[in-house]
Design a protein around this ligand. Structure first.
Ligand code: VGL
Ligand code: ZN
Length: 198
């Protein structure tokens, strides 16, 4: 069985200056590129929302970014508009080595449902197809890097562990948003799920 490097959402909008810029996000690019050589498979994820997406505060009259609202599938943080399909913000950081990617997985395209995890949308039931892809390639170990540690990396790690993968999260190649105590909750949740934090 081989091991995959899964690079989460290394896009302009999650880097400083972007719509949902994560401090130091851009500083990860060199290290992530260098790490790609160590894996038999490299997969990139790309947050990819239609205009007016339900996770945008602008879609909820009177609401502000970073507020939490109750959605039919549970609590949802409302974000500034970000990673809109076709926009510059949705493109990968220009220095990210996208040539090395075997697969680019887009997520968050369902207008009514957010998708933090690379495996399931935020209803925690709708699959993205990544599990089938990894299974058919015989991949049972994954290493996660990218943005944001407390949202998309976290949800991906917990789902992957639940699906039975051997999961490592390389914290030096991740940065977090940290809102509403999300960072400490994410670290505890990933550990509890059985992911190894390096
Ligand atoms: C993410 C918030 C909204 C992430 C994506 O990549 O962690 N966070 N959409
Ligand atoms: Zn998003």
């Amino acid at each position: 069985m081989s091991e995959a490097l899964i690079v989460i959402d290394m896009q302009n909008d999650f880097c400083p200056g972007g719509a949902l810029g994560v401090d130091g996000g851009d500083t990860l690019v060199r290290g992530i590129n260098a790490r790609m050589a160590d894996f038999g498979a490299v997969i990139l994820t790309q947050d990819w929302h239609p205009k007016g997406h339900a996770s945008f505060a602008s879609s909820h009259p009177g609401a502000n970014p970073m507020e939490v609202v109750e959605m039919p599938y549970g609590p949802q943080v409302l974000w500034p508009d970000h990673c809109v399909q076709g926009s510059r913000g949705a493109q990968f950081h220009t220095d990210l080595n996208t040539d090395r990617a075997d697969m680019i997985l887009r997520k968050g395209y369902n207008p009514a449902l957010d998708s933090y995890s690379a495996f399931f949308e935020n209803d925690r039931r709708t699959p993205t197809g990544l599990h089938g892809y990894l299974q058919t390639r015989g991949i049972d170990r994954i290493t996660l890097v990218g943005l944001a540690l407390d949202f998309c990396v976290n949800f991906s790690a917990v789902d992957a562990a639940g699906l039975g993968y051997d999961v490592r999260v390389e914290q030096a190649l991740c940065r977090g948003i940290d809102t509403h105590g999300s960072m400490s909750a994410a670290l505890a949740g990933m550990r509890a799920a059985g992911a190894t934090l390096i």
